[in-house]
Design a protein around this ligand. Structure first.
Ligand code: 5RP
Length: 224
């Protein structure tokens, strides 16, 4: 199977996972990226059964709307029943690196609100230790140099992602060559730098379940 076929398989598995658990007012949080896009396309098949979605990016909101799926502002819903999103890396604790698509802050907000966070990924994203994928950090533009200097002090090599402006009007620094021995601590340390909006480590709020696609099918993994 190609990587794209694996992404489709996990997106389909996510739909099968949530379908029996939906109730009348279910609000579905929808992530960003190519795997999440497949999920959006499958979600359209059951749009009559869901109350509404909230989206973690303008791009996903547009895709949902193009299928005729109602998209609500997060502030106007009482709860998010499920949040379904891809990842750039997952470790066995289901701590993630996300933000390859620069949507990390809104993704983190929706994940924080969600009752259940379902991560969907092909098995190229499965790692023992996080950090091979450069860690994205969303930064207020005027703080770019300051934050970069502080990230160097933490041991990484931050690189400005040229030409990218987030949905929140900020910039992204990607941290290369960064050893992440304790993801929860590093997540907090980076958040403590003045000028950082958020970072792509999802360790304080990891996924609840990972649907991981490989050559033997889709595995359902919980923290282990
Ligand atoms: C976007 C993300 C994506 O979930 C992550 O980059 C994975 O993307 P894809 O499904 O295209 O491999 O965090 O900000």
């Amino acid at each position: 199977m190609t990587q794209d076929e694996l992404k489709q398989a996990v997106a389909r598995a996510a739909l099968d996972y949530i379908k029996p658990k939906l109730y009348d007012n279910s609000v579905i949080g929808v992530g960003t990226g190519s795997t999440a896009n497949y999920f959006i396309d499958y979600l359209a098949e059951i749009k009559a059964d869901i109350f509404a979605c909230v989206a973690s990016s303008e791009a996903s909101a547009q895709r949902l709307k193009s299928h005729g799926i109602p998209v609500y502002d997060l502030n106007s819903v009482d709860e998010v029943t499920f949040y379904i999103d891809g990842a750039d890396e997952s470790n066995p604790q289901l701590a993630l690196i996300k933000g390859g698509g620069a949507a990390l802050t809104r993704e983190k907000i929706v994940a924080a609100v969600a009752r259940e966070f379902i991560c969907i990924a092909d098995d190229s994203k499965w790692v023992k230790h996080l950090g091979n994928f450069p860690l994205p950090v969303e930064v207020i533009p005027m703080a770019r140099s300051h934050v970069a200097r502080e990230l160097v002090k933490l041991g990484g090599d931050p690189i400005y992602r040229e030409g990218v402006v987030t949905d929140n009007g900020n910039i992204i620094l990607d941290i290369y060559n960064f050893i992440i021995p304790n993801p929860r601590q590093i997540e907090q340390d980076i958040n403590n730098i003045t000028g950082v909006v958020s970072n792509g480590l999802f360790a304080l709020r990891p996924a609840d379940v990972l649907l991981l696609g490989g050559k033997d099918g889709v595995k359902q993994i919980r923290e282990g």
